[in-house]
Design a protein around this ligand. Structure first.
Ligand code: FAD
Length: 287
C-alpha cells in the first residue's frame, strides 16, 4: 500500500520509526522490539538507513520486509543517496522491490566525515526524481524541517527546496523532531502558502534523558523551549522522573497537534517499546 493512501481523512495517521541494530549487534534484538511495537497497531513503521553517519546498513530492507510479512503492518524503508553511486542505488531499489517494499523515505543523508560525497545524487530531490522516473512504482516520502535544515541559510530557501522534492515526486513528508509546536504550525503555514499540499506528519521524539537531547540538538539544532529546559534541570538526576516527564511532554505535544488537526504523528520510538506503549496508552483514543 502506498502511504499516501493512509491520509484519506478517516483518521489521523500514527506511525513509528525504528532503527536497525548496530552492525556488530544481534539482528534479533529488533524483532524483540517489533514483537512489542506491533501490538500498538501503528499505521506504518519506517526503518532508518545508516543514520547518524554510520555506514549504510543493509538490514533496513530485511527489517522493513519483516514488518510487512511477519507483522502484517505497512512499512517504509529509508534510503539515503549522498554517499551512493547510481549503480548502488539501482541495487538497493531492486532489493527493496524484490522484498515487497512499497514505500521509500528518500533522503540525502548526512555526509560522512572524511569521506567525499558521491556526485550522482547531491540532494534528496535528485533521488526522488530518479526513483519516480524508474520502472518501479514505489510510494515516495521525504523529510522536512520545521526549524529549517541546519545547512539552509534561511527558512525560505529551505521551503523552496522542499517544494522541489514534492515537485520531483514526494507524496508525503515526515518532519524532523521539534519541541515547540508553535514552530511546526508556523512551518506548516509557510509550506501550504508555498503550494506544498501533500500530507505532512509531525515528528515527535520523547526525550527521556539529557544525553539523548544533547546529541539530537547537535545533529539537528532543535530549539529547546524554556519549559523543556526547566524540566531537564529539575529531573536530569532522577532517571525515572526524567523518563515520566519526557513521556508527559511528548504526550502534551501530541494532544495539542491532534487538536490542531495535523495530518499525522510520527513517533521516533528509539527502539524503546516501553516508552511507545506509555505514549500510546495516553493518546490512542484521540486518533
Ligand atoms: P535534502 O532535501 O537534500 O536537503 C539538504 C539541504 O540541502 C537542505 O538545506 C536543503 O534546503 C538543501 N537543498 C535541497 N535541495 C537543494 C537543491 N536542489 N539546491 C540547493 N540546496 C538544496 N539520515 C540518515 O542517514 N538515515 C536515515 O534513515 C534518516 N532518516 C531521516 C528521517 C527523517 C524524518 C528526517 C527528518 C531525517 C532523516 N535523516 C536520516 C537525516 C537526513 O538524512 C539529514 O537531515 C540530511 O542532512 C538531509 O537530508 P534531506 O533528505 O532532508 O536532504
Amino acid at each position: 500500500m502506498n502511504l499516501k493512501d493512509l491520509f484519506n481523512g478517516e483518521k489521523t495517521v500514527f506511525s513509528f520509526e525504528i532503527f536497525p541494530p548496530k552492525r556488530d549487534a544481534d539482528i534479533n534484538t529488533i524483532y524483540t522490539t517489533l514483537d512489542q511495537l506491533h501490538y500498538l497497531d501503528p499505521d506504518f513503521i519506517s526503518v532508518t538507513y545508516g543514520a547518524s553517519g554510520s555506514l549504510a546498513n543493509n538490514s533496513t530492507c530485511e527489517i522493513a520486509s519483516a514488518i510487512k510479512k511477519q507483522y502484517c503492518l505497512e512499512a517504509a524503508a529509508h534510503l539515503t543517496c549522498v554517499n551512493s553511486t547510481r549503480e548502488e542505488i539501482d541495487i538497493m531499489l531492486e532489493r527493496l522491490a524484490n522484498a515487497g517494499i512499497d514505500n521509500i523515505l528518500a533522503l540525502r543523508g548526512d555526509r560522512v566525515p572524511d569521506v567525499p560525497p558521491k556526485e550522482d545524487f547531491p540532494h534528496a530531490s535528485d533521488l526522488i526524481r530518479y526513483i519516480r522516473a524508474s520502472h518501479y512504482d514505489f510510494g515516495i516520502s521525504a523529510a522536512c524541517y520545521p526549524e529549517g535544515h541546519p545547512d539552509s541559510p534561511d527558512m525560505i530557501d529551505d521551503i523552496r527546496n522542499l517544494k522541489l522534492k514534492v515537485d520531483a515526486g514526494a507524496e508525503h513528508l515526515i518532519s524532523q523532531l521539534f519541541l515547540d509546536n508553535g514552530m511546526f504550525y508556523s512551518f506548516l503555514e509557510k509550506a501550504r502558502i508555498a503550494g506544498i499540499n501533500v500530507p505532512i506528519e509531525a515528528g515527535i521524539m520523547p526525550v527521556v534523558n539529557k544525553k539523548q537531547i544533547e546529541r539530537m540538538v547537535t545533529l539537528c539544532g532543535a530549539t529547546l523551549p524554556e519549559k523543556f529546559i526547566k524540566m531537564m534541570e529539575k529531573f536530569e538526576h532522577k532517571p525515572e522522573a526524567m523518563r515520566d516527564a519526557g513521556i508527559a511532554y511528548a504526550t502534551n505535544q501530541i494532544v495539542d497537534l491532534l487538536a490542531h488537526g495535523v495530518d499525522g504523528i510520527h513517533l521516533y520510538t528509539m527502539n524503546n517499546p516501553y516508552i511507545a506503549r506509555r505514549i500510546c496508552q495516553n493518546v490512542k483514543t484521540l486518533f
